[in-house]
Write a protein that binds this ligand. Structure first.
Ligand SMILES: [Zn+2]
Length: 423
C-alpha cells in the first residue's frame, strides 16, 4: 500500500475524468468490453412539456484491466452532477432487499457470531434497513449515510452520522464508539471513486480481528444474463471475486468467504478479514475457479456480441408490434431503464410512456435523453396498451403476477436476456 498514484478525481470538477489507468492497479492495459454510446445522466429528468435544452452526455464504455481483472467504466463523472442536492431519496428497501439483509444477519450470527458489545458499522446505511437486523439482535450499531435517509434510521433508534464515508467520519465514529467488529457496505462499494482511500478508511475503522462484508452487483451475473443495462456512471466498478481479491490483498485483507445472492439481478457477498485472522472457506476457491473459466477475455468478447443481438431482437419484436398498430408502454423507470432505452434507441414513437408506481418523483418527467413521459401506473388499467415492456425485467417473476392480479390483460415484453413476449 501507499504505492498508488493519487488518481485525478472527478469530485468537484463539475465535469468528468477519463479512466486512463486502472482504478485499482494503475495499469493501462485495457480490453474494451462494450461501448454503449453517450448516455445522459440518469437522474436528469426534465418536466413533461419543457423544451429539450442542452445537456451533457457521457460515454459509457466498459473496460477490463488485463492485469488485475477489474472491469470498470471508462469515464468517472463528478458525483456532484450524478447526485445533486436535489437527488431524491428513493427507498431501495424492496422485499428482496429486506429478506437479503435478514439473511445476512443470520449468516453472520452462524458463521462469525458477535457479542452485544461489538460494534457494527454500515457504510451508506440509507434508512437503516441492514442495521435494523443487528439492532434487533441487541448489538451496537452505527450508520454512516450522506443523504437525508439517515434521519429515518435515527428516528427508529439506529444512530446514523450524516456524512460521506471518509477519514473525518471514521475518526468521529472511532472516537465516540471505538473500532468496529464488522463493517458492511451493501451496494455502495462500487460507487465511490478513489477506492484505495475508501479501503484505507475501512482498515482504520476495523478492529484487528474484524470483518469487512461487502455486497456488490456481480460481474458474472451481469455477463450471464446480459445485464448491460446496469452499466451507467453511478457504477464505477463491476466486481468479480478475482478483482476484489486483488484490491483487498493490497491492503492486507484476505477474502475468507463469498457467496452469490439474488439482489439487484445477481450480487456477490464477500467476507474479508486481515490476513491469517480467520480460516478461508472453500467457497472462495470454488468461485475463483468458476470466474477463471467464465470471465475470460473471449467470454467478454462474446458478451458484446450477445448484447448486440438483444438490441436487434428487441427492435425486431417492437417493429412487428408497432406495424400492427398496437401500443406499447414501459413499466418501471429505474436507472437501468435509462441505459436500455438510450442504448436500444427507444423513443416516444415506440413507447407511449413509462409507468411508475403512484407517488414516484419521476412521474411527470421525461426519461433521460428522450421525450418519453413517465406516467402513473394506474394508466395500465384505465387505458391499457396491448403490450407492456418490463424495464425491471430482472424481477419479472415478481412483477407479472402482481399486474395480472390487478387486472392487466395485455401481453408482457421481457427485453433481456432474450427478448420475448409473455402472454
Ligand atoms: Zn487493474
Amino acid at each position: 500500500m501507499g504505492t498508488h498514484k493519487t488518481p485525478k478525481l472527478a469530485y468537484g470538477t463539475q465535469g468528468s475524468v477519463v479512466v486512463e489507468t486502472c482504478q485499482v492497479c494503475d495499469a493501462a492495459d485495457f480490453q474494451s468490453v462494450i461501448f454503449l454510446g453517450y448516455l445522459p445522466p440518469v437522474n436528469t429528468m426534465p418536466a413533461v412539456g419543457s423544451r429539450p435544452a442542452e445537456q451533457p452526455a457521457y460515454p459509457a464504455e466498459m473496460l477490463r484491466c488485463r492485469r488485475c481483472q477489474l472491469v470498470q467504466i471508462g469515464l468517472i463523472v463528478d458525483p456532484c452532477i450524478l447526485f445533486p442536492p436535489t437527488y431524491p431519496y428513493t427507498s431501495g428497501t424492496t422485499k428482496i432487499l429486506r429478506d437479503n439483509f435478514a439473511e445476512l444477519y443470520k449468516e453472520v450470527s452462524t458463521l462469525y457470531p458477535i457479542t452485544p458489545e461489538d460494534l457494527v458499522v454500515d457504510i451508506g446505511s440509507n434508512d437503516g434497513t441492514l442495521l435494523s437486523n443487528f439492532h434487533a439482535g441487541k448489538h451496537r450499531v452505527q450508520g454512516i449515510e450522506p443523504t437525508n435517509a439517515g434521519q429515518l434510521a435515527n428516528d427508529r433508534g439506529i444512530t446514523t452520522l450524516t456524512s460521506f464515508f471518509n477519514q473525518a467520519a471514521v475518526k468521529k465514529v472511532v472516537a465516540e464508539k471505538g473500532q468496529a467488529k464488522i463493517v458492511t457496505a451493501a451496494n455502495v462499494f462500487a460507487h465511490m471513486e478513489n477506492v484505495h482511500t475508501i479501503v484505507s478508511c475501512i482498515e482504520e475503522l476495523l478492529q484487528k480481528d474484524g470483518l469487512f462484508i461487502s455486497e456488490s452487483h456481480y460481474l458474472l451475473s451481469l455477463v450471464e444474463t446480459l445485464q448491460y443495462d446496469t452499466i451507467y456512471h453511478e457504477h464505477l466498478r463491476y466486481y468479480s471475486l478475482t478483482s476484489l481479491k486483488y484490491l483487498l490483498e493490497e491492503h492486507g485483507f484476505e477474502i475468507i468467504h463469498a457467496k452469490r445472492i439474488p439482489t439487484h439481478g445477481g450480487s456477490i457477498r464477500v467476507y474479508a478479514a486481515r490476513k491469517g485472522q480467520k480460516p478461508v472457506q472453500p467457497s472462495v476457491a470454488a468461485i475463483l475457479a468458476q470466474e477463471a473459466q467464465d470471465l475470460t477475455e473471449e467470454k467478454l468478447r462474446s458478451f458484446h456480441d450477445r448484447v448486440t443481438k438483444t438490441k436487434l431482437g428487441l427492435l425486431a419484436l417492437l417493429n412487428d408490434i408497432r406495424t400492427q398498430g398496437k401500443r406499447v408502454v414501459g413499466i418501471g423507470a429505474p436507472s437501468r431503464a435509462s441505459t436500455l432505452i438510450n442504448y436500444v434507441g427507444l423513443d416516444d414513437g415506440i413507447l407511449d410512456g413509462v409507468l411508475e408506481i403512484k407517488g414516484s418523483y419521476k412521474i411527470g418527467k421525461y426519461i433521460p435523453g428522450t421525450v418519453i413521459p413517465v406516467q402513473e401506473e394506474s394508466r395500465l388499467y384505465t387505458d391499457p396498451p396491448e403490450y407492456a415492456l418490463l424495464l425491471s425485467w430482472h424481477i419479472a417473476e415478481e412483477l407479472i403476477p402482481k399486474f395480472r392480479a390487478s387486472g392487466y390483460k395485455g401481453k408482457f415484453i421481457i427485453p433481456l436476456p432474450t427478448p420475448r413476449i409473455v402472454d
